[in-house]
Write a protein that binds this ligand. Structure first.
Ligand code: NDP
Length: 244
């Protein structure tokens, strides 16, 4: 294996399904001690059945205090993947305050929360770390009906830069990955209809959506020492969408 995470502890949020689940499984395969945090117990149970070495925590990241307590208990965490998010789609003229608040609460505020607990513990223990936040192509491009989601992901990129700036002197790197559409449960919300997916795919020079594995590979690279001098960046995983 090009990547070896033996001796490292990793935390993946939103690890019950989709990209987070695949990331947790891959990090365990590469030797990390993995903690999978998510909201639905059944999904975590089936993850544990798939790889019994993975430690599971069921907590709602929307709950600031419960999340802090749960994360504190599993420190130290050398590798953090802030993956959990929600996509609540609505046009500009119809998005509600509830959609705004719950989206920003999970997609942005919970990243601040989890990162504070993980990074302050690393600083106390004088350990190095690497953090990857899940951004999106939506951070940099307008997508119809995605105003709130786009806003949260642009905020994630801004968080990535601020965190990288302040945590670099402590030996902690922070980057994000920005996938195009991936056909997970979330991907299906916005893109399962051909009248939506066909024009989107046509804007991607490689002519296809990303696979979960494409995103996991980028996350693994940014977590690893192979990306040692890469800090504060969003790595697009978008088949050239930004060039088109
Ligand atoms: P999914 O919806 O497939 O999975 C999201 C996971 O997050 C689920 O396990 C879900 O738990 C968990 N989760 C949701 N809300 C909470 C909460 N309040 N507390 C704890 N866990 C929670 O999403 P994807 O795998 O597709 O997305 C992963 C990341 O990638 C997200 O940040 C997303 O924005 C980003 N992304 C996705 C793209 C796509 O097209 N799919 C494209 C670009 C970026 P539960 O088990 O309850 O469902």
């Amino acid at each position: 294996n090009a990547h070896d995470f033996r001796g490292k502890r990793a935390l993946v949020t939103g690890a019950g399904a989709g990209i987070g689940r695949a990331t947790a499984l891959k990090l365990a395969e590469l030797g990390a001690e993995v903690v999978a945090l998510s909201r639905t117990q059944e999904n975590l149970d089936s993850l544990k059945a798939e790889n019994p070495s993975i430690e599971i925590i069921c907590v709602d990241l929307a709950d600031w205090n419960a999340t802090r307590e749960a994360v504190q208990k599993v420190t130290p965490i050398h590798l953090l993947v802030n993956n959990a998010a929600v996509a609540l789609l609505a046009p500009v003229l119809e998005a509600t305050p509830q959609e705004f608040d719950s989206s920003f609460n999970l997609n942005v505020k919970s990243i601040l929360n989890v990162t504070q607990v993980v990074a302050s513990d690393l600083v106390d223990r004088k350990l190095k770390g690497s953090i990857v936040n899940l951004s999106s192509q939506a951070a940099q491009r307008a997508l119809k009906d995605h105003i709130v989601y786009c806003g949260t992901k642009a905020a994630v990129d801004a968080f990535t830069r601020s965190m990288a700036l302040e945590l670099a002197p402590k030996g902690i790197r922070v980057n994000s990955v920005g996938p195009t559409v991936v056909m997970t449960a979330m991907g299906r919300i916005g893109w399962s209809k051909p009248e939506k997916s066909d024009p989107m795919r046509a804007r991607i020079p490689q002519g296809k959506f990303a696979e979960v594995e494409d995103v996991v590979n980028a996350i693994v690279y940014l977590l690893s020492d192979k990306s040692d001098m890469i800090n504060g960046h969003m790595l697009p995983v978008e088949g050239g969408f930004f060039c088109s």
